[in-house]
Design a protein around this ligand. Structure first.
Ligand code: ADP
Ligand code: ZN
Length: 210
């Protein structure tokens, strides 16, 4: 099963990707995490991506498409995968089709813009493994320490308020048109993000299994 998770920054795509990954045994692929890893390691694509990410802009399509194509060619993707944060533009979605990838479902996690700013303000991520947390909604067991790997949990640079507004603007301009793109293909399912993460997870798995 090949799935796409669509939604604004901070809608909870990463959290739901982990839930589906655990339930279905297929890998969750986050282009955001892969790009942050590339930046940390100072690779060529990392160097190309950093200035866009810090400004809350999208990384150029050709950079992201290249990274994604290599990743889904790896053996663990043979039985399917969950894409979190890709595609983010119509050309990226078209590139996926040109690669011959069949997408079964696109799950949109809908959260109104007013909620997004509040959520991103409290978001924390693990420097080492990329797991994400929230000071109120999904705290770590020990403050500042990742439950999964013991790494340091920090505020992401692009979660600063001004950058958050830019990312929301970019989402509405460049990514939201994908709803139409996949609606036309009969693939779009919308899940309304709930206050309770567990409730959103239940609705998400329902949409995946339907
Ligand atoms: P969020 O969904 O919280 O905005 P991500 O972790 O998915 O954050 O992505 C962080 C940043 O990485 C984005 O703001 C963008 O600069 C870059 N990025 C991630 N995925 C893509 C993509 N598919 N296309 C272009 N840029 C991307
Ligand atoms: Zn970690």
């Amino acid at each position: 099963m090949n799935l796409i998770l669509l939604g604004a920054p901070g809608a909870g795509k990463g959290t739901q990707a982990e839930v589906i990954c655990a339930a279905k045994g297929i890998p969750a692929i986050s282009t955001g995490n892969m790009l942050r890893e590339a930046v940390k390691n100072g690779t060529e694509s990392g160097l190309a991506a950093k200035k866009y990410m810090d400004a809350g802009e999208l990384v150029p399509d050709e950079v992201v498409i290249g990274i994604l194509k290599d990743r889904i060619a790896e053996p663990d993707c043979k039985g399917g995968f969950i894409l979190d944060g890709f595609p983010r533009t119509v050309p990226q979605a078209e590139a996926l089709e040109k690669m011959g990838v069949n997408i079964d479902k696109v799950i949109e996690i809908y959260v109104p813009d007013e909620k997004i700013a509040e959520r991103l303000g409290g978001r924390r991520v693990c420097e080492s493994c990329g797991n994400s947390y929230h000071v109120v909604y999904k705290p770590t067991k020990v403050e500042g320490v990742c439950d999964a790997c013991g790494g340091r949990v920090v505020i992401r640079k692009d979660d600063e308020p001004a950058t958050v507004l830019e990312r929301l603007k970019v989402y509405h301009e460049k990514t939201a048109p994908l709803k139409d793109f996949y609606e036309k293909r009969g693939k779009l399912r919308t899940v309304v993000g709930q206050e309770e993460v567990a409730e959103t997870s239940r609705l998400t798995l329902e949409a995946v299994n339907a």
